[in-house]
Design a protein around this ligand. Structure first.
Ligand code: FAD
Length: 413
């Protein structure tokens, strides 16, 4: 009998799981995505993906790890300096990880993941209601749209909710999670300097708690991500979004600011009206619904502060973990939704809690009143570096661990 898996959302986590399960005997995958194949809200920006995602993918979906590496530039360091270019710390990733991460465009990341997921993804599908049946299967009713005028229904043995930070599936089945706001706002932009600025791998400038990150992408553009402190939970102040404020936000008070920072500030200030703003926040992790027939992954399970660039990274780690688990269970004849969802929770809970907490704690330098010098110096002390090692090297994902949890679940079920 075929085990029917539904995936809601073909974003980072959902498309990667679909890719990891492609052509697996005994499993039928249907992924429902509300956008079109090449639409995405982040598409015009860049991101850095941590070495831990590549390590996890290499163990579980190696073709994806290779595709990400060959379509990106390596991300090789953490470094922070003051607005006048005085370096506060420099940490090569090779001292805390077994490989570099990657710097990539969102549009490229989505293209790779969605191509790898293949024909199992149905675009322009918007699931409206999710119902857990008495036999434990899950029925999904999708809204009709121009492309599919008839309302559609699917019935699955297991549903994977990968529908992002504002997961409608999680809200329907487990209640809307309460966000915990950090008190930091963020904007992102791309700058075309025509290759003139001496910037390649990650730069971070701090002016008080105001942080600007910049790195070059493979197509030559510069990705810029700016943080500014706000009152936790309050909206982004209107004046932050104005060009005259942004032009000097990262250099004011500095006698001789880094010329690159001045140039960048002028460039993103000129785009002030188009900038995309967000507020850093996290939610309480949750990996399964009450029935055990639904698994939450990626931001739907554990949206976290973006300070360390671990959101998409952890979405990929989740996808790698779930693919390994489903493959192991299929091989052992153990495809049973409640057992799979509790095993997934056991595999991921401690790991996710650790990364979520580290991302929150590492944001101390971005808060009102933070001292950039002492705050950043502590990012090079031995305890912090040990945490980075744990972050980048200990994904908790090896075959024997998956087997261990599967067997543990078998003995209690
Ligand atoms: C300012 C900022 C900077 C960031 N920088 C980084 C970074 O550098 N590195 C990093 O690793 N992470 C970064 N992140 C985090 C990253 O964006 C997310 O953690 C990541 O996209 C989560 O992946 P996901 O698959 O869970 O969700 P998403 O990638 O958001 O995918 C969800 C998918 O579900 C679809 N969908 C939603 N609702 C429905 C529905 N009802 N039905 C069908 N489909 C639906 C969406 O269209 C989308 O395709 C950053 C986030 C922010 C806010």
């Amino acid at each position: 009998m075929v085990f029917r898996i539904g995936i809601i959302g073909a974003g980072v986590a959902g498309a990667a799981v679909a890719a990891g399960l492609r052509d697996l005997p005994g499993i039928q995958v249907t992924c429902l995505e509300r956008t079109g194949q090449s639409d995405h809200v982040h598409a015009g920006n860049g991101l850095n993906v941590g070495p831990n995602a590549l390590l996890a993918l290499e163990r579980s979906i190696p073709a994806l790890a290779e595709a990400l590496q060959s379509s990106s530039l390596p991300w090789t360091r953490w470094q922070a300096c003051l607005a006048d270019a005085t370096i506060i710390y420099h940490t090569p990733l090779e001292s805390v990880a077994d490989r570099p991460g990657v710097r990539i465009r969102w549009s490229e990341l989505y293209r790779i993941l969605r191509e790898a997921a293949g024909p199992d993804v149905h675009y322009h599908q918007h699931p409206a209601t999710i119902q857990i049946e008495t036999d434990g299967t899950v029925t999904v009713h999708a809204l009709s749209d121009a492309d599919t005028p008839e309302p559609r229904h699917w019935n699955f043995d297991l549903l994977i909710a990968a529908d992002g930070r504002y997961s409608e599936v999680r809200a329907q089945l487990s209640g809307e999670p309460v966000p915990r706001h950090l008190g930091v706002s963020n904007f992102r932009a791309l700058v075309d300097d025509r290759g003139q600025l001496d910037i390649d791998d990650m730069e971070q400038w701090f002016n008080g708690p105001r942080r600007l990150i910049c790195f070059r992408l493979r197509d030559g553009l510069l990705y810029v991500s700016g943080n500014l402190p706000i009152e936790a939970g309050a909206p982004v102040p209107e004046h932050y979004t104005r060009a005259d404020f942004l032009r000097s936000a990262y250099t004011e008070g500095t006698a001789a600011p880094d010329a690159r920072l001045v140039h960048l500030s002028q460039s993103f200030a000129a785009q002030a009206e188009q900038l995309h703003w967000a507020r850093a926040q996290e939610i309480e992790p949750l990996f399964r619904d009450r029935s055990g027939s639904v698994i939450y992954i990626g931001d739907a399970a554990h949206a976290m502060c973006p300070t360390l660039g671990q959101g998409a990274t952890m979405a990929l780690e989740d996808a790698a973990a779930l693919s390994l688990l489903l493959r192991a269970a299929a091989g052992a004849g153990g495809l049973q939704a409640a057992r799979l969802s509790s095993t997934f929770q056991a595999l991921r809970d401690n790991r996710v809690q650790f990364v979520k907490q580290l991302s929150w704690d590492a944001s101390d330098t971005l808060l009102f009143g933070a001292d950039p010098w002492s705050g950043n110096l502590s990012k090079s002390d031995p305890q912090y570096l040990e945490k980075l090692r744990q972050l980048y090297l200990h994904t908790g994902l090896d075959g024997s661990l998956v087997e261990y949890w599967l067997q543990a679940e078998e003995s209690v079920s």
